[in-house]
Design a protein. Sequence first.
Lengths: 223, 223
Amino acid sequence: MVDEGELRAALASLAGLARVDLGSLRGAAAAAQRITLASGAVLFEPGDACRAFGIVLSGRVRVVALSAAGRELVLYRVQPGEACTVTVSCLLGGTPYPARGVVEGAFEAVAVPLAAFRHLVDSSPDFRSWVFALMSVRLVDLMRLVSEVAFGKLDQRLAALLLDRGPRLALSHQELASEVGSTREIVSRVLESLQDQGLVRLARRQVEVVDSAGLSQLRRGAY
Amino acid sequence: MVDEGELRAALASLAGLARVDLGSLRGAAAAAQRITLASGAVLFEPGDACRAFGIVLSGRVRVVALSAAGRELVLYRVQPGEACTVTVSCLLGGTPYPARGVVEGAFEAVAVPLAAFRHLVDSSPDFRSWVFALMSVRLVDLMRLVSEVAFGKLDQRLAALLLDRGPRLALSHQELASEVGSTREIVSRVLESLQDQGLVRLARRQVEVVDSAGLSQLRRGAY
DNA sequence: GGGCGTCGGTGAGAAAAGTCACAGACAGCG
DNA sequence: CGCTGTCTGTGACTTTTCTCACCGACGCCC
């Protein structure tokens, strides 16, 4: 159970949700729960049933596809101010989660049960279009991801990752491999080749982008 | 411009849309357009801007990712009674299409412009939850597709395709390759190997499932 | 300084997929 | 019947990715 003012304050801080009206919030606030988790906590596993709709206040959720062999691939991240779209999908469709959700950073969220979620959707146009927008972005992103995984080579995928996530990435090769759905050795070798081409500089648990223009070029049509 | 009764009849024939109320339809009907296209027509190309929301009455839309090298991969199909979810995403997000949409079969659809779509969403809870349900299913399907493409071998992907699409598939190897995002030669060889294992029977432009139990087994953990 | 756990490098080999080139088979049609 | 376009089979080779095995390097803690 969450204080209405608190929920309101939380929602108000989120882009696009500032104007959810008071009446709509009553029911949701009464039913909502505050959730706090430490980094690394698992929110859901593939096959789990979905019980509530969550709005992330701080920290992130990394949504990861798992292979039978234990390999991983990050599908997307839920940022503060967003809701987990798989959760919406699974709630509405009654399907089990198709992926794992892992907490990154100090995590706080508000969990709203299905009934209250429906009520919010029905009563607040702002809330509604916020949810639509989230799902829209996710859908298009996933379609792009499918293309990249199906058609892109690993150097291109890594180039894209490096360009997207800042000029400096403090991740081990194993962690990078889990981002892109590959294995440590391969990532090591590909990174080494990128370094040989003068595109990045490597250090223990760190990749630094040196030639971002070159990386962008590689990202598109490798030649 | 579409007659209100006609639009109503069209919507009424669709699962989950039977009860969209009359008032909500007025605006939509006035703005809606009837679309008829022949099989093979291209609805949209990657990069195109999205102009209207379409509900498919008959025929299907095949949504396809394209690689720089000209390879293809079917992301999903929009069946009669469904709406194209990329279209919703692109409309709401203002993003260009990330894929190609191709008509299959004799195609009829009702196209509703963005404003009228928004009005329908706002005024009809039934319409709303129908759209949510569509997007939910798509999202989960796409996540599964990412996993399959990233972790599955081609024989598994083909096995899944054969199991999903009836005991008999009348497609050329090139068409099968375009379904799964591979090339003709590879598909030919994999199919031959499936035939050697007694799982399918091949003929010109035809694949027949012989041992569906075996195919299911292959589909999961190839051993 | 010694020990330990994490991290990265590397070699050897195999498997999977893609590429190129061409040949033969089949269907439909004039 | 022969022609033509589509469809499939196949050999030979390359590229990409994966797997296994092992080792050395680094950081940290006692």
